[in-house]
Write a new protein. Structure first.
Length: 195
């Protein structure tokens, strides 16, 4: 096991006109700026996962689908995760839920933080994600980044004149650093415990 935590920033929306890439790149840069992690952006869209169609979770039976196996091998490389997710009908995207279902053992005993967005900051999606994380035997940070309200519409194309995410660092920077700090603690703790 390497000593340097390997952290994946997972882009949780796969639609062609998604907003997700902007907050994902922003949090990845902030995570890299810490200087003590290996950080990689993992784009769910590039895996082209089918809807789950295995005989069981890979907790019980190895998956047959080649894309699912490639996804599991990617997840296995990381010690911690930052999920970047919008709120779709008060939950995470179907694509992210499917991707979470397409692995099991690779998620276990690892930590995660969340960057969510939407009119109310994607808070309801974030809470669903934390509940899913319990079943996957993961540890969630308390702090998360929620891009909502006026901030959301100032950086989102729906607002008409989208600004870069860096323009709202004054409001989300503190929660980002709190989330990253907690993710560091939980990631190192679970790495040590797994070792
Ligand atoms: C199917 C669907 C459901 C949505 N439901 C919500 C919602 O419950 N709450 C919310 O704040 N925004 C909702 N939105 C708006 C999204 O926050 C917004 O479209 C955002 O850009 C989606 O993320 P993406 O562009 O990265 O896919 C919804 C959007 C879609 C497409």
């Amino acid at each position: 096991m390497s000593v340097t935590p390997r952290i994946a920033v997972i882009i949780g929306s796969t639609r062609d006109s998604r907003f997700a890439a902007a907050p994902a790149e922003w949090i990845a840069e902030r995570a890299k700026a810490r200087g003590d992690w290996e950080v990689e952006v993992v784009d769910l869209k590039t895996f082209d996962l089918p809807l789950f169609n295995e005989v069981a979770s890979n907790a019980w039976v190895p998956s047959e689908n080649a894309a699912a196996r490639a996804w599991q091998e990617t997840i296995a490389k990381f010690d911690g995760f930052i999920f970047v997710t919008p709120e779709y009908n008060r939950s995470i995207t179907g694509a992210l839920k499917n991707a979470l279902d397409q692995a099991y053992v690779e998620w276990n005993r690892k930590a995660f933080g969340i960057v969510s967005y939407g009119s109310v900051g994607g808070t309801r999606a974030a809470e669903h994600l934390r509940t899913i994380g319990i079943e996957l035997q993961m540890a969630s940070t308390r702090s998360a980044v929620h891009i909502g309200g006026g901030d959301f519409f100032s950086v989102h194309p729906l607002g008409g004149d989208p600004k870069p995410i860096s323009s709202i660092e004054g409001t989300i920077g503190g929660s980002a650093d709190a989330m990253l700090g907690e993710l560091d603690w939980w990631t190192r703790a679970t790495m040590a415990a797994r070792g």
